[in-house]
Design a binder for this molecule. Structure first.
Ligand code: DGY
Length: 316
């Protein structure tokens, strides 16, 4: 059976599939696969491993003549028309859990980078401006006793909350359902989106992108933030009104923002580059050797489970 992988991923999953006897082909260029090439490549394969940069829409799904499983190499799956795939009898899987720690680590790294003005400080030293210790040099803020608002209290949100709690933050969360762990272990409080935005000193986004969360943090919601607030996004850029957030950062209506994801990724709003109070990362939430190896393995396991007639490990 043929498996197509839309870009090179760590060997772990590829060699597992080969060991199991699958005929694996990988798109080798170090760039997202072109649309025409994708449409052609998925035609005769039984399973595909796709990336979050591949738009697996109706047209792509219709061109799959015998595909039974699309294993997305990401926890997010907003790049796939899941309902349509399901209507065609194709199972869609993702890679939850294995990237939770990496992404939560990065969310906290962004918070600390914003809070302690790490980028400005680093640049200051490289520009040879460091002329000795100064009482008021590059003052930032501490995390202890700050209200830390988690938007989306799933796996990554929960791990981020645990880390924030260990820094002495008071956890607030916004979620459809009650998170027993957060409430019992971290004394977290579940609040409405409005209340969280009004009260939090730090906001970390962990919502999946879907019709309900798209532009959830619109202009009206962003205006609720405190002037000293820090907002970090390791989820999806489209969850917030990026253009308006940039305007707020420009007029210092909040303290700082950390971006790992963007509205029109990989195209970035040029205004971002001029902001001193923004930290800009290239979507590296899951970019650790540990996570990426496990993602590769999990995607492969999902493929062979389905193709060998078993249940997928992590269907969406
Ligand atoms: C995902 O897996 O959805 C993440 O965005 C990867 O960093």
């Amino acid at each position: 059976m043929k498996v197509f992988i839309t870009r090179e991923i760590p060997e772990t999953g590829i060699s597992l599939l080969q060991k199991k006897g699958f005929d694996v082909s990988v798109y080798k260029k170090d760039e997202p696969i072109k649309r025409n090439q994708l449409l052609k490549s998925v035609k005769n394969c039984d399973g595909i491993i796709s990336l979050l940069t591949d738009k697996i829409d109706k047209e792509v799904i219709d061109s799959m003549k015998r595909c039974k499983v699309i294993a997305n190499y990401a926890v997010g799956f907003n790049n796939i028309d899941v309902d349509y795939a399901k209507s065609k009898g194709i199972i869609v899987t993702n890679t939850p859990d294995v990237l939770t720690d990496s992404t939560a680590d990065l969310a906290i790294a962004l918070v600390l980078t914003c809070a302690r003005r790490i980028l400005e400080s680093e640049k200051f030293v490289r520009e040879k401006k460091f002329a000795g210790w100064k009482p008021k040099l590059l003052l930032g803020v501490e995390l202890r006793n700050k209200y830390f608002g988690i938007l989306g209290a799933g796996r990554i949100g929960t791990e981020t909350a645990k880390r924030a709690h260990s820094f002495g933050c008071k956890i607030l969360y916004y979620s459809n359902s009650k998170n027993e762990y957060l409430e019992r272990q971290l004394s977290a409080r579940k609040l409405s989106l409005r209340q969280i935005l009004l009260k939090s000193d730090i906001i970390s986004l962990h919502l999946p992108l879907n019709a309900k969360t798209k532009n959830l943090l619109n202009q009206k919601m962003l205006n609720l933030l405190k002037p000293e607030a820090i907002l970090v996004n390791t989820a999806r850029g489209e969850v917030l009104d990026e253009e308006y957030l940039i305007k707020m950062l420009k007029r210092k209506a909040i303290f700082a923002a950390g971006f790992d994801v963007y509205q029109n990724e990989p195209k970035l709003n040029k205004e971002l580059f001029n902001l001193k109070n923004a930290v800009l990362l290239p979507h590296i939430g899951s970019a650790t050797n540990e996570a990426r190896n496990k993602m590769s393995l999990l995607a492969a396991k999902n493929i062979f489970a389905v193709l060998l007639g078993k249940s997928p490990l992590t269907p969406v």
